[in-house]
Write a new protein. Structure first.
Length: 149
C-alpha cells in the first residue's frame, strides 16, 4: 500500500455538497446547474450519479427538464435529512419497540427532556422513573425506556 493520501472525499461529503446547492437554490436544478453552483470542479456525470443516488434514497425528487432531470430536495435541511435517516433505520427492524427503547435509554437528560416536550409529556416526574437511565419509563411491552401510550 502507498503512503500517499487518497484524493477521495469522505463518504457522504459530495452528497452533502449537492444537497446544500439544492437547498440554497430554492428551485429545481439540473446536474449542470448543480455543477455550476459547486464551482465546476466536479464532472457533470459525477453530479448526475450523486443526484440519482439521492433520488433512489428518496432524498430528492426529479422532474423532466428537456433531456435531463431537474432535482428538488424532499427534506428542508440537515435536521430533516437526519430525521429521514433515523426513520429509515427504524423501518429496517421488525422489532421497532426494542429499537426505540434502546435509542431512548441512551439519551442525555437534556435530550430526554426535549423529547418529552416535543411529545407533550411535560417534565419528568418520579412516577415515570426520572431518576435512572430508563427515565422515560417502561412501555406496555415491558421494554425499558419505551413510553406506553
Amino acid at each position: 500500500m502507498s503512503d500517499v493520501p487518497s484524493a477521495r472525499r469522505p463518504a457522504g461529503e459530495l452528497e452533502a455538497e449537492v444537497l446544500a446547492a439544492l437547498w440554497s437554490a430554492r428551485r429545481p436544478l439540473t446536474p449542470q446547474d448543480v455543477q455550476a453552483a459547486l464551482g465546476g470542479d466536479l464532472a457533470r456525470t459525477t453530479i448526475a450519479t450523486i443526484l440519482a443516488r439521492l433520488h433512489d434514497k428518496g432524498t430528492v425528487e426529479r422532474t423532466r427538464a428537456g433531456r435531463a432531470y431537474a432535482y428538488t430536495p424532499t427534506v428542508q435541511d440537515t435536521a430533516g435529512l437526519a430525521a429521514r435517516r433515523m426513520h429509515t433505520e427504524l423501518r429496517r427492524e421488525a422489532d421497532r419497540s426494542t429499537v426505540l427503547a434502546r435509542f431512548v435509554s441512551d439519551l442525555s437528560a437534556e435530550d430526554e427532556q426535549l423529547l418529552r416536550d416535543l411529545l407533550g409529556d411535560g417534565p419528568a416526574t418520579p412516577d415515570t422513573g426520572a431518576d435512572g437511565p430508563t427515565a422515560l419509563g417502561t412501555g406496555t411491552d415491558g421494554h425499558p425506556g419505551a413510553v406506553g401510550r
